[in-house]
Design a protein around this ligand. Structure first.
Ligand code: PLP
Length: 378
């Protein structure tokens, strides 16, 4: 293990490549989303699949979040082990061995999970019965993403199946509807996102009606991401927002046209890199795609008129942007800050965050946080 930075170290001394949080920017993002949820009378349950870190989950909960979401059983276990006590697995689990872990975890923390099939309900009910635990269950409906989720018309029957395993005989507590439209989040135009969110709202309403037709009240609709949360909150349907990326704001999200009237978020997550080689017309940084994910495009060089090109696993090529009059290639050893294209899989590449106060240029290290759920993909 290489030595970690210590609180009080200068930002300039952080070894590269490193995953660095600008705490001042992150706290502004945190406060803006917390205020939005408060002002709109909706709960906030941020998605911790994004940061995978208990220290950050605690900050979100201290600012008013009711708990966190995760996608994976092992993520839930890692965050529970690190002290997070209210977790929602906003995803389906059908493997019996994994369900036994879910049911065991439900004895330790307040746990919820999504289902989208009758078999999924029955397997979950059996696991929970064997463990003697209780779990909240959300029926997932496909509201436009075309991934998991039952058709809206099937929501009533699924909810009924959950209710058939209600306490005291069973361990499933029906908790509402999971409705997340992932494909809407990165539609670039605000009007396009609004239209997709309206479509999702109509499907969520249809799912509620299907439950109502069987005499089942839907206590909560939960979902929403950084691209649509303002439209979802305005619909009056969603009672809980699951946005995650707002906290770090990656390059891909910054490429969205802003949502009118919604809070704006700042880049708060960076990869610190260093120029390790120089040619006549290019320079090479020590951060390639083992340091940042490239599924949503290459990183942006922060506040410099330089473009980043893929240099492979451990390298990135930087060149002066065509048409930029005065920009020069950085010197050997110079620091180059990269804004990752996609925060979630970038975080999954690192062991720690180095959280800095006072800016990237002259600040100091305040904390080093372990990324407890890094690598928890099962
Ligand atoms: C189910 C679910 N909810 C919420 C989110 C949060 O979205 P974002 O990080 O884009 O805000 C995601 C992200 O993929 C998700 O899968």
């Amino acid at each position: 293990m290489r030595p970690l930075p210590s609180p009080g170290d200068a930002v300039a001394a952080i070894d590269t490549p490193a995953l660095v949080i600008d705490l001042d920017a992150m706290e502004r993002n945190l406060a803006a989303m917390a205020a939005f949820a408060r002002d709109h009378g909706v709960r906030l349950r941020p998605h911790a699949k994004m940061h995978k870190c208990a220290a950050i989950a605690r900050l979100q909960m201290a600012a008013g979040a009711v708990g966190v979401c995760v996608q994976k059983t092992s993520e839930a276990e890692a965050l529970a082990d690190a002290g997070i006590a209210d977790i929602y697995i906003s995803n389906e689990v059908v493997d019996p061995v994994k369900l036994a872990r879910v049911a065991a975890l439900a004895r330790r923390v307040r746990l919820a999970i999504a289902i989208d099939s009758v078999a999924g309900v029955e397997r979950l009910a059996a696991a929970v019965a064997a463990a003697g635990s209780r779990i909240e269950v959300l029926v997932e409906v496909d509201v436009g993403h075309g991934r998991c989720g039952a058709p809206a018309a099937a929501a009533g029957q699924l909810a009924q199946r959950v209710v058939s395993h209600a306490p005291p005989e069973g361990g499933l507590v029906f908790a509402g509807l999971q409705a997340y439209h992932g494909a809407a989040q990165h539609l670039r135009g605000a009007a396009e996102r609004e239209a997709a969110a309206h479509h999702a709202a109509a499907l969520a309403r249809a799912a509620q009606a299907a439950m109502g037709a069987l005499g089942i009240a839907c206590p909560l609709v939960t979902g929403a991401g950084t691209g649509t949360f303002a439209y979802d909150a305005a619909s009056g349907i969603w009672g809980e927002l699951q946005a995650g990326s707002y906290l770090f704001m990656d390059r891909d999200y910054a490429d969205n046209a802003p949502t009118p009237g919604a809070p704006r978020f700042e880049h708060a997550l960076f990869v610190k890199s260093q120029i390790m080689s120089r040619g006549a017309a290019h320079a090479v940084v020590d951060a390639g795609h083992k340091s940042h994910a490239i599924d949503s495009g290459l990183p942006q060089v922060w506040q410099r008129e330089l473009d980043y090109a893929n240099g492979g696993d451990e390298h990135g090529i930087v060149r002066v942007r065509v048409g930029s009059g005065t920009a020069e290639l950085p010197e050997l050893g110079a620091t180059v800050w990269l804004v990752p294209g996609h925060c979630d899989p970038t975080v999954n590449l690192h062991e720690h965050y180095v959280a800095v106060r006072g800016g990237l240029a002259g600040g100091t290290v305040e904390s080093v946080w372990p990324i407890e759920a890094r690598g928890c993909v099962s």
